[in-house]
Design a protein around this ligand. Structure first.
Ligand code: FPP
Length: 256
């Protein structure tokens, strides 16, 4: 559902909208879609769309940190993205390395923690190395946690968790009776993170694409036609404003 808040048929300007700083979502997760279409519209190669997408990442990380968002998860490379042409996969890996190398000092200065989820053992060694370096350099920071989902898939994550649980039962470290929702959450890649409050998807598609399948049980969804390279803080504020005007009941009843 694309929910624009139109007043008098004019698109509202959200750049200075009064969002309630006391009710900022703790965890925002974003499916950054539309880089390829953005590039195609401009008759550019798809990789330039991804490159432009990095600009949007910069802007959104900064704004999330300013607003006091605690966790930002970005779906940067899915387990299905390996099906893309080799050149595009290589370009994405290169962008990741460049981003981490060129941005880490600034992210550290901004008090950001850089972490990742997903099976990064399948990424090129240099990517793994830069991701681990970024984490170790920033892990003591207390600002925004920027969580990059890389070679991430929700189903793959559930398989990983089930294997972990089965192994611990086999070792005698865990009893079947102890398995509950909290325990399962603790075997996921996201064990250190709260569930996302809101999942944003750009570029008009309305599907989850294997993102945070377990964690999104009660997340609010927000879609926009804006393609990721054009997504800026004004769109983020619009999403947060909309989120703050929703009624989250978690299966219960509205508090009167
Ligand atoms: C989806 O657009 C986007 C991706 C698969 C990759 C997202 C990557 C970046 C924004 C840059 C690299 C990441 C980091 C962390 C530096 P699409 O290609 O599916 O777009 P389309 O649907 O229009 O083809």
């Amino acid at each position: 559902m694309i929910k624009f808040l139109n007043f008098n048929n004019k698109k509202k300007d959200f750049s200075n909208i009064d969002i309630d700083l006391n009710r900022i979502p703790k965890h925002i997760a974003i499916i950054m879609d539309g880089n390829g279409r953005w590039a195609k519209e401009r008759k550019m190669p798809r990789t330039l769309g991804h490159k432009a997408g990095v600009e949007a990442i910069r802007d959104i990380v900064k704004e999330c940190n300013n607003l006091g968002v605690k966790y930002l998860t970005l779906y940067a490379f899915s387990t299905e993205n390996w099906k893309r042409p080799k050149d595009e996969v290589n370009a994405l890996m290169k962008l990741l390395i460049e981003y981490l190398k060129s941005e880490i000092a600034e992210l550290n200065k901004q008090n950001v923690v850089v972490m990742h989820i997903g099976d990064i053992s399948k990424l090129p060694l240099i990517c793994q190395d830069e991701l681990n370096k970024a984490y170790h350099r920033t892990k003591h920071n207390s600002g925004l946690v920027l969580n990059l989902a890389l070679n991430y898939g929700g189903r793959n994550e559930l398989v990983y968790a089930i294997k972990g649980i089965a192994q611990d039962i086999k070792n005698g470290d865990l009893k079947i009776e102890s398995i509950n929702e909290e325990l399962v959450s603790n075997y996921l890649y996201t064990k250190e993170l709260p569930d996302p409050d809101i999942i944003i998807r750009t570029a008009g598609e309305q599907r989850l694409s294997n993102f945070l399948l377990w964690q999104c049980a009660y997340s609010e969804f927000w879609y926009t036609n804006i393609k990721w390279p054009d997504f800026r803080k004004t769109h983020l504020r619009e999403a947060i404003y909309d989120y703050q005007n929703r009624d989250r009941r978690f299966g219960g009843l509205k508090q009167e």
